[in-house]
Design a binder for this molecule. Structure first.
Ligand code: MG
Length: 224
């Protein structure tokens, strides 16, 4: 039982927005430009990494060589342009209601994302009332998830102890990052992976839907 929660750190893609189908599509199309047949599942397994890290790993794995800087930049730019042309990802059910509830309880909210895609980050203020200083994105970190740095930055900015903060994540690498930062982590499985990978990554609790997450954070946990 988690008690005395003062801040909740939300991942963005696949937690606040149903944006993973857009990432999946744009990764597959981007890797086609260099002859990589990128499996759909890999988009989900790599979720949380910075884009550049995903590109380096895929080139190593599928082309068996190091990526050049020029290639990294070109593929990432291609993906970003493609992302901007995708339909806006819908907000996941119950997430705005959950944010409103947490705020009404006086709980601070941070968004901690490996993304630097302006198409969604720029919507956070309007959709979730999140202030710019409460957003940790790929622009703020040297090491993306699964490194703990993104969550350690959020923890530092919050000013609270780790024991008073919880994380909501949907991706195995995001769970690893949060756990490495010493944070209680609730996984919500909104994607294509088996929920077991989230527990194997170290999640303290697994929700199968955002409704289950809403119920957990509004009813069954002692938040204060
Ligand atoms: Mg995510």
């Amino acid at each position: 039982m988690i008690q005395n929660i003062k801040a909740v750190f939300f991942d963005m893609d696949g937690v606040l927005y149903d944006s993973m189908p857009n990432h999946e599509y744009t990764w597959i199309e981007s890797f086609k430009t260099i002859g990589i047949d990128f499996p759909s599942e890999e988009a989900y397994l790599n979720e949380g990494r910075t884009g550049h890290s995903t590109i380096r790993n895929a080139i190593k794995k599928y082309l068996n060589r190091e990526a050049t800087i020029e290639e990294e930049n070109r593929i990432y730019e291609f993906k970003t342009n493609l992302m901007q042309r995708r339909p806006k990802a819908p907000i996941l059910p119950y997430m705005q209601e959950l944010h409103k509830h947490l705020r009404s309880e006086g709980i601070d909210i941070f968004v901690v994302t490996g993304s630097r895609q302006p198409s969604l980050i720029n919507k956070l203020a309007d959709d979730f009332d999140v202030a710019a200083e409460n957003i940790v994105s790929a622009k703020d970190v040297k090491q993306g998830k699964p490194h703990p740095e993104p969550y350690l930055i959020a923890l530092d900015r919050s000013g609270f102890d780790a024991k008073n903060c919880i994380v909501v994540e949907n991706a195995p690498l995001g769970v690893e990052s949060a756990k490495a930062a010493g944070l209680y982590t609730v996984a919500v499985n909104t994607g294509k992976l088996n929920g077991k990978v989230l527990l194997d990554a170290g999640a303290d609790h697994l929700c199968h839907t955002t409704k289950e997450l809403f119920d957990l954070l509004t009813q069954s946990m002692h938040l204060k």
